[in-house]
Design a protein around this ligand. Structure first.
Ligand SMILES: [Zn+2]
Length: 262
C-alpha cells in the first residue's frame, strides 16, 4: 500500500462497527474518495479530528488493487463555522451542497476546479451577509452542474435548436425532463414545463458564467432565487435520478415557509 496526502472535505460517514466507519471525502486530487477509518470513532484515536465543513489535509493508504484504502492521519487547515447571524440558513446551504456533491461526484475522478469552487463557496457562506446566501447557493449549484457535465440548455431549444437570444416571449418554458428550454412549436400536450420569466431566464444564463463573488452582487429577490433553485433541483432529479435522496428539496421548502412566516 502507498501512503498519499491530499486536501479534502468530508462528505459523509457511515459507521459500521463500534470503532470504525467508512468516510467519503471530496478530495482535491482524486475527486470522491471513500476510505476506511479504523478505530476513528474511538475517543482515544490519535489522529486529528475529521471536522465537517473544513479544509483538511488527509494522509491515507491506498491500495494498488481495487480495495478501499484507509485513513492514516488528518490535519485541519481551515474550518468554516456557520455561527452568528443566519447560522441555520448557512448550515442548511452548506449541508445541501455537501449532499449534492456526495450524490453526483464519481469515485476517483478528479474535479480540481469544482473542489476550489466548493472551498470558495464554503468560505463565502461563512463570511457573506445572510441576504446573499440564496443567490450564492444558486450560483454554486449552477457552476457545479456545468463542471459535472449536467448543464441545462438555456439558450437553445432542446427540440429544434432555435436560439433564445433576443427572444420576446413573456414566459419561457423549461422542461426538467428534456433538460432545457422548449420553444412553443416544440411543446407537446401533457408535458411538464416550468414557466420562467425573461428576467429569471437571463439571470440563469448569466449565472453560468459569473464567479461566485460576482453572483452575490446581483440584485435578485428571495422569491425569484427560490423559484430558480426549485427549477434546478427538479432538473437534477430528472437528469440524474437522485430525487429520492435529495433532502435539499425539503430543506428548500422549509426555508421558503420560514421566510414567508417572518
Ligand atoms: Zn423548438
Amino acid at each position: 500500500m502507498a501512503l498519499k496526502t491530499t486536501e479534502a472535505i468530508v462528505l459523509k460517514a457511515f459507521n459500521w462497527s463500534e470503532s470504525s466507519r467508512t468516510v467519503h471525502f471530496f478530495t482535491r486530487d482524486q475527486g470522491k474518495l471513500s476510505l476506511v477509518d479504523k478505530g476513528g470513532r474511538q475517543v482515544k484515536s490519535k489522529r486529528g479530528r475529521l471536522v465537517p465543513f473544513a479544509k483538511l489535509e488527509i494522509t491515507y493508504y491506498s491500495s494498488e488493487k481495487d480495495s478501499t484504502g484507509y485513513i492514516s492521519d488528518c490535519l485541519l487547515i481551515e474550518a468554516f463555522s456557520f455561527e452568528g447571524d443566519g447560522s441555520l440558513g448557512r448550515l442548511a446551504y452548506a449541508s445541501a451542497a455537501v449532499e449534492i456533491l456526495f450524490s453526483l461526484l464519481t469515485e476517483k475522478e478528479a474535479q480540481a476546479s469544482l473542489y476550489q469552487q466548493t472551498i470558495q463557496f464554503l468560505s463565502l457562506t461563512e463570511k457573506s451577509n445572510k441576504q446573499v446566501l440564496p443567490v450564492l447557493f444558486l450560483s454554486y449549484f449552477s457552476r457545479l452542474l456545468t463542471l459535472l457535465g449536467y448543464e441545462p440548455s438555456l439558450e437553445i431549444c432542446v427540440g429544434c435548436g432555435r436560439s433564445y437570444t433576443g427572444i420576446t416571449e413573456s414566459a419561457i418554458e423549461f422542461s426538467p425532463e428534456r433538460g432545457g428550454v422548449v420553444c412553443s412549436s416544440c411543446q407537446t400536450a401533457g408535458e411538464y414545463y416550468i414557466p420562467t420569466s425573461q428576467e429569471s431566464h437571463k439571470l440563469l444564463v448569466a449565472l453560468q458564467c459569473l464567479t461566485l463573488q460576482e453572483a452575490i452582487g446581483l440584485p435578485i429577490g428571495y422569491r425569484e432565487v427560490t423559484n430558480l433553485l426549485e427549477m434546478m433541483l427538479k432538473f437534477v432529479s430528472y437528469q440524474t435520478g437522485i430525487k429520492a435522496e435529495l433532502k435539499s428539496l425539503d430543506f428548500l421548502e422549509k426555508l421558503k415557509n420560514s421566510n414567508s412566516s417572518q
